[in-house]
Design a protein around this ligand. Structure first.
Ligand code: NIG
Ligand code: FE
Length: 427
């Protein structure tokens, strides 16, 4: 019997299904498996994947009734990238800091002098929700053009209730308008604002008071637990309250120094712990026991000119599920490009191309609680698909610095074609 479908994608040279890990993230040697189908095809209906398999079989069932057929001969097909860690709503840019760092100033020195995050806070406070949404739209467009179809966005450049709510409102506007799916996170504890410089404990209380007001607008609460940001004790206070209120938990830890955030994250059953350039074996083991995903962000030490990267090999050997993200933000990693992050993960953290691709798709989806919807090409999942103009997935990290995207399909519709966004914004 011929079954009707909206879109048929056929003859992919390599179709990376990333199958079999929608319930639990991939760990250890599972991260080597891409679930490849050679000469693969996909049938799509109502924005979802109906079936995946060899072209010969899928064509027999769906070809005649398909409304549209895409031929991916010679190309690689994989799930849209999931970027599970960004700070994409902000005003202004920080290119002068780039020059200062080239002259030898460190990121933390710049922050201490009132620059860094705090300069972006000033620029963000100066814009309306509508202006912020318009600025961020450009960044989301870049993400989509580079194959990212789901993104997590943190607040955290407002640092008081009114300004944090404004950022969340901008995210709401983008959720309605942009084809990329957005998962919002509250990061009121991103930095201590200038008004509280002499009373950082007071700001911790302020963040705790904000929690009930932002509840329902975000999926997660995150805290920047690090040198120059929030202590372990303050992070615990905020996250325990957030957990009691029903927020999912995330944590920035070990970007500059290991303050012990990993054990806190494990204890609270966090959905992910992120950065971890500095972490000890005990910290890794506590996360393994609880099955917490780690989101590694190699773009950050790379861009800050640091030679110390997360010990990803040790993490994978110990059975920790590893995900990758950009950390897109104006200070420590201003790139929207997950393809580049995959290359950096291979070169700087020793991931294999297979591990890096799993980390940027299904494991990244787990890191934001979206793995039942996206992150792999399996029946029932959202038809978020990237076609890369390369003859094998091994070219993805190898041919670095160029955008390999040939086409992006978002929820079953062509969203990017010939280097342009062709899908209108949502009504
Ligand atoms: O993840 N860690 C905290 N926040 C960002 C940096 C934000 C900024 O510099 O504006 C980060 O590195
Ligand atoms: Fe971050």
């Amino acid at each position: 019997m011929i079954e009707p479908c909206d879109l048929l994608l056929v003859h992919s040279k390599e179709l990376l299904t990333i199958r079999g890990a929608s319930k639990k993230p991939k760990a250890s040697t599972e991260m080597e498996d891409l679930g490849i189908i050679h000469d693969g095809a996909l049938a799509i209906k109502d924005g979802r994947i109906l079936e995946v398999g060899p072209t010969e079989e899928i064509e027999k069932r769906y070809r005649i009734e398909a409304l549209e057929v895409i031929d991916a001969s010679g190309k690689v097909v994989l799930p849209g990238f999931i970027d599970p860690h960004t700070h994409a709503v902000f005003g202004g840019t920080r290119e002068e800091e780039f020059t200062l760092r080239l002259q030898g100033k460190s990121y933390l020195e710049i922050l201490k002098e009132g620059g860094g995050i705090l300069s972006t806070v000033r620029a963000t406070r100066a814009l309306s929700a509508e202006e912020l949404a318009e600025t961020c739209k450009g960044y989301l467009d870049n993400m989509l053009l580079h194959g990212t179809t789901t993104v997590e966005i943190k607040s955290g450049y407002g640092l008081n209730l009114k300004e944090e709510l404004k950022i969340l409102e901008a995210i709401e506007l983008l959720k309605k308008r942009h084809p990329i799916d957005i998962v919002p996170t509250f990061l009121g504890a991103h930095a201590v604002p200038a008004e509280f410089r002499d009373n950082p404990k007071g700001y911790v209380e302020e963040v705790i008071d904000m929690l009930p007001r932002v509840k329902g607008r975000v999926r997660f609460c995150d805290v920047f637990c690090d040198e120059g940001a929030f202590s372990l004790e303050d992070s615990r206070k905020i996250l325990e309250r957030a957990k009691a209120l029903g927020f999912g938990i995330k944590l920035h830890a070990g970007e500059f120094k290991d303050l012990g955030g990993t054990s806190l994250a494990a204890e609270l059953g966090a959905c992910s712990v992120d950065h971890l350039d500095y972490v000890n074996d005990q910290g890794i083991e506590s996360l393994v026991k609880k099955g917490v995903v780690v989101v590694l962000l190699p773009g950050v030490p790379f861009f800050l000119g640091q030679s110390h990267f997360a010990p990803a090999r040790r993490m994978i050997e110990k059975g920790l599920p590893v995900a990758l993200g950009t950390d897109f933000n104006p200070g420590s990693c201003p790139t929207e490009n997950m393809q580049l992050i995959i290359t950096l993960a291979c070169l700087e953290m020793g991931l294999s191309p297979e591990e890096a691709i799993n980390a940027a798709t299904i494991n990244a989806a787990h890191a934001i609680g979206m793995a039942d919807q996206v992150g792999s090409l399996e029946p029932g999942k959202k038809a978020d698909i990237v076609i890369l103009d390369i003859p094998s997935y091994k070219h993805l990290p190898y041919r670095f610095g160029t955008n390999h995207v040939d086409m992006v399909i978002k929820a079953g519709k062509v969203a990017v074609e010939e280097g342009k966004i062709v899908l209108g914004h949502r009504a």
